[in-house]
Ligand binder design. Structure first.
Ligand SMILES: Nc1ncnc2c1ncn2[C@@H]1O[C@H](COP(=O)(O)OP(=O)(O)OP(=O)(O)O)[C@@H](O)[C@H]1O
Length: 647
């Protein structure tokens, strides 16, 4: 068995690992804590973190024969992790490692129920865990268009104490970049999963680790920090963790198939099988424990592989595997090895009870809300403007459609009977172009962002409202600019009323239409669980809005049972207000025919009458569009809150 090395410095860039002067092991096990806890005063931050849990059960909601039911994932687990420990949580895939760690870290996914007690330095865990501890997830989510440095810079500003100076922050970021071997990709974009690959998987893992280390947490949870890394990088990351624990930090990691070298660096391990604790304690004792039960690790065999193989459920012999697991777990529960863990648990719970009135004293000052909002908007804007390919496509699409519309209408929008149809048709096309395309394209925005948002929200970085507002604020200006360019080209090419007032009013109405349509798309995408189901409800809704817009059917002829829907139709309000802009004050519309049987509209007011529109409704139309947009935003926000709580 290897002994752990005390590391003075772990620098992945320089590829050097220097040992301490005496090269001795820090031996941070349950038996020999690095810093004994003092229970006569309550200053846990200085004395490190001891984690203890008792009778922990975690259930997941599931459906059995169509009925709501619960599946037990963690089964009555008890344990403790002392200050300065580097703990490996191991077990076969599906044994419950991630679930146990999430429960200990107070970061349970919404679909699970946790029963039992978890204490941090004697205090029941709660929301404070978000600021006290770091949690590195198994899969990383980033804003792909940011560079490594930008990402760390924004996260530092969001996470660190607001009194931290800029130079301190920069120093910290530089140090992390250097220590985690990210120097050569410091100014490289992170890249978007599945579409653009820029940082390697290992670099992303190290970046995720660096993000958690920004706050220098006393307690760190890492879900498979070495998965996807080559053995050299894996070793360096664990060596870095080992080094951190020597200064009193407590680190709990789930880990898959560690090499012997990596495994030897952990001071303690927790073996899980079928949601139960199969072993907890020092690495060296584990071999003895398995040996006493008749399971011998072959010579030159990686002990980590041996434990996982012994505790795995083998396909084809599930019952035999489960019997083995039961045998090992039952024996561990009454073994000598659990006794020392139980002592720590008893001690923590007893001391916790006598100090219940005490609370964590923390001097941490969270970043100001408006600074966080600014950072989120800034990050959103960077993501929006850096996606140059998408921006270019959208701009070209807008300009091409504007040109096409213009070319089709050249010479058609005259003030005669044919011109009435052409002008009304052009109005409808201007509205449609800024209703349906934005409405459907915005539907992907929130679902795409959801994993990152949920993670950051759960780690307490910002509120749902702040995220929603920042998202809209970062997205809408660019879309409005595209719409303005569209309006500028289409309006004059089509040959609509040639006054600057009419142009600006038309542009304003189109921009308002765009905003209501975006709000509607955002609402539908947040109201449903998937984009296809949202679309299947949105499509009929759109048709209804279009039919009651006044352009296809005289509004006064709508049947009573459906006529009320016109008040929801911002397409109707936009059509009416744009018609007002075009026809107000228009007289002497040419009538080409002398046949009195064919009706001729010679006044703007007659055109309005034909569509059941009124010149008096201009302000009402604008206000109603604004209110509908606002209602959609409020509903979308409420749906997002509901979804956030549920997930
Ligand atoms: N929300 C959930 N609903 C239903 N089952 C769940 C849920 N979360 C976890 N599980 C199940 O619980 C078991 C343990 O899951 P967990 O992710 O904790 O395992 P793990 O040991 O971390 O696995 P891996 O090493 O493959 O990541 C698995 O069988 C998983 O399918």
């Amino acid at each position: 068995m290897h002994t752990t090395s005390r590391l003075e410095m772990v620098d992945l860039d320089k590829e050097t690992v220097s040992e301490s002067e005496n090269g001795s092991s820090p031996t941070l096990s349950l038996n020999t804590p690095s810093t004994p806890r003092q229970y006569n005063k309550w200053s846990p931050m200085e004395e490190g973190i001891t984690l203890a849990w008792r009778d922990l059960n975690v259930y997941a909601h599931c459906k059995l024969n169509g009925k709501k039911s619960y599946k037990r994932i963690i089964n009555g687990a008890s344990g403790a992790v002392k200050t300065g420990s580097l703990v490996a949580v191991m077990g076969a895939s599906g044994s419950g490692k991630s679930t146990l760690m999430s429960a200990l870290a107070y970061r349970n996914p919404g679909a699970t129920v946790v029963e039992g007690e978890v204490l941090v330095n004697g205090r029941p865990i709660g929301d404070y865990m978000r600021s006290l501890s770091g949690f590195m997830h198994q899969d990383e989510f980033f804003v792909g268009s940011l560079t490594v440095w930008e990402h760390l810079n924004i996260m530092a500003r969001l996470k660190l104490d607001r009194r931290t100076s800029k130079s301190e922050m920069n120093l910290k970021i530089e140090e992390l970049i250097r220590n985690l071997g990210l120097t050569k990709c410091k100014y490289t974009r992170i890249g978007v999963e599945h579409t653009e690959k820029v940082l390697s998987g290992g670099e992303k893992k190290r970046l995720a680790f660096a993000t958690e280390l920004l706050t220098d947490p006393q307690l760190l949870f890492c879900d498979e920090p070495t998965t996807g890394l080559d053995s050299y990088c894996a070793q360096k990351i664990v060596a870095m963790m080992n080094f951190m624990t020597s200064s009193g930090k407590t680190i709990v990691c789930t880990i898959h198939q560690p090499s012997s070298e990596v495994f030897a660096m952990f001071s303690q391990m927790i073996l899980l099988a079928d949601g139960r604790i199969a072993y907890m304690g020092s690495n060296s004792n584990a071999l003895d424990f398995f040996q006493t039960l008749g399971y011998n690790c072959p010579n030159n065999y990686n002990p980590a592989d041996f434990y996982i193989r012994t505790l795995a459920v083998t396909p084809g012999s599930e019952e035999a595997s489960k019997q083995t697991i039961r045998y090992i777990c039952d024996h561990f529960a009454v073994s000598e090895y659990i006794k020392e863990v139980e002592m720590v648990i008893q001690y923590e719970f007893h001391m916790g009870r006598s100090l219940q009135a005490q609370t964590f004293r923390t001097n941490f000052k969270e970043q100001l809300w408006f600074v966080k909002l600014f950072l989120l908007i800034y990050r959103g804007l960077l993501a929006y403007w850096r996606d140059t390919w998408l921006l270019a496509i959208r701009l070209v699409e807008k300009m091409a459609v504007a040109l096409l519309i213009g070319l089709c209408y050249v010479g058609a929008t005259t003030h005669d009977q044919k011109g009435i149809q052409a002008i009304q048709g052009a109005i409808f096309i201007l509205i449609c172009e800024n209703t349906f395309i934005p409405m459907y394209s915005v539907m992907a925005v929130f679902p795409q962002d959801r994993p990152l948002f949920l993670r950051e929200y759960r780690s307490g970085l910002y509120s749902v409202g702040m995220y929603y507002f920042a998202k809209i604020a970062a997205m809408v200006p660019g879309l409005m600019l595209e719409t303005f360019i569209f309006s500028l080209i289409a309006y004059w090419l089509v040959g609509l009323r040639a006054t600057s007032d009419s142009f600006w009013l038309t542009t304003f109405v189109i921009l308002l239409t765009l905003n209501v349509s975006l709000a509607c798309g955002i609402f539908f995408s947040n109201a449903f669980d998937s984009i296809p189901s949202a679309m299947s409800f949105l499509a009929p809704f759109d048709f209804l809005l279009m039919i009651v817009s006044g352009l296809f059917l005289k509004l006064s002829s709508l049947p009573n049972y459906i006529s009320w829907t016109k008040y929801l139709s911002w397409i109707m309000y936009a059509s009416e207000s744009l018609a007002i802009v075009q026809w107000e004050g228009v007289h002497n519309i040419t009538c080409e025919t002398t046949n009195e049987d064919i009706p001729c509209l010679t006044e703007g007011s007659e055109v309005m009458e034909r569509y059941s529109f009124s010149f008096d409704n201009f302000n009402r139309d604008l206000w109603n569009m604004f209110i509908i947009g606002l209602i959609f935003h409020v509903l979308a926000f409420l749906c997002l809150c509901r979804k956030t709580k549920r997930k």
